[in-house]
Design a binder for this molecule. Structure first.
Ligand code: BV8
Ligand code: ZN
Length: 241
């Protein structure tokens, strides 16, 4: 487990920090009961990511892809933000320049009160029309099996980034700027498997940021982190306040 001194060290560093950038992954929502992707109870275990979170899967079998997203929406709908989400919202109040980059599509950071958020993989509560590209918020549970656009009648898709799809250019720009300008870069609850999100910490480091990783898995220490805090995000993050 993480020693008290490491937490004290990072808490002290945070009191001097003027610009903080945080990258979160599924591990930050794990303590809300939202399954992670690659963990023992991982989402990808019951479904294969490669078969579902891709544009090919959606064009081949939109019903199956929507079945998976409907299942995830129904699951997430019953969950609440946890102490890790709340701690990040509090940190944003205290630090002059704060950016939260999240890979999560569950929307829990928004509900916890975070404001300057970059949802780089999109949001499961938004749908996008494959015809007129209108993006709208939709928390209907469950959605019809094959939802269609009210405006043009074309099929709707989840407004998330699938494997092989490029991220929104504006989101990449905001993320790179936040990584480059950060004095401290906090990586919370991500396995660092997915690009380009996994490269932001390296970019921050090459620009002189101090990298802190918070992860349940102690072996994650081999990445760019200057300090690794091992444990649950919901337990560690509140102690950094
Ligand atoms: C792109 C949205 C190019 C959908 C997701 C070969 C090599 C390198 C890269 C590639 C390659 N082949 C293909 C690629 C690119 C590909 C990629 O990275 N593939 C990987 C898998 C090899 N990337 C892409 O395709 C991206 N696009 O590159 O475009 C391009 C460029 C120009 C033009 C056209 C194309 C798009 C990637 C986005 C994919 N979408 N999600 C959905 O959610 O349905 S990714 C998905 O994985 C989620 O967003 C998730 O956030 C993300 C990463 O997973 P994690 O969040 O890290 O979750 P994970 O379960 O893995 O880990 C949890 C961690 O938490 C663990 O470390 C665990 O120890 C820890 N933990 C658990 N509990 C706790 C905890 N920590 C603290 N407290 C706890 N309680
Ligand atoms: Zn439309």
């Amino acid at each position: 487990m993480t020693s008290i001194s490491d937490i004290d060290k990072i808490r002290d560093r945070l009191t001097q920090t003027r610009s903080l950038t945080v990258l979160t992954g599924a591990g930050v929502s794990a303590d809300s009961g939202v399954p992670t992707f690659r963990g023992p109870e991982g989402l990808w275990k019951t479904y294969r990511a490669e078969e579902l979170a891709t544009p090919e899967a959606f064009s081949k079998n939109p019903g199956l892809v929507w079945e998976w997203y409907n299942w995830r929406r129904e699951l997430i709908h019953t969950k609440e933000p946890n102490a890790a989400h709340a701690a990040l919202a509090s940190l944003e109040e205290r630090i002059p320049s704060f950016t939260l980059i999240t890979q999560n599509v569950d929307g829990l950071h928004v509900r916890a009160g975070s404001r300057n958020i970059v949802e780089i993989h999109g949001n499961i509560w938004k749908v996008r029309c494959t015809g007129c590209h209108t993006i709208s918020f939709n928390d209907e549970i469950p959605l019809p099996p094959l939802p269609a656009c009210d405006l043009c009648g074309e099929p709707l898709r989840p407004h998330v980034v699938w494997f092989g799809e490029s991220l929104d250019a504006e989101n990449i720009k905001r993320s790179l700027k936040a990584a480059e300008e950060s004095e401290l870069f906090l990586v919370v609850g991500t396995s660092g498997n997915v690009q380009p999100a996994a490269s932001f910490a390296e970019i921050a480091k090459s620009n002189g940021s101090y990298i802190v990783e918070v992860n349940l898995d102690p072996t994650r220490g081999n990445g760019p982190a200057d300090t690794s805090l091992t444990g649950r995000a919901a337990e560690i993050l509140p102690r950094l306040l």
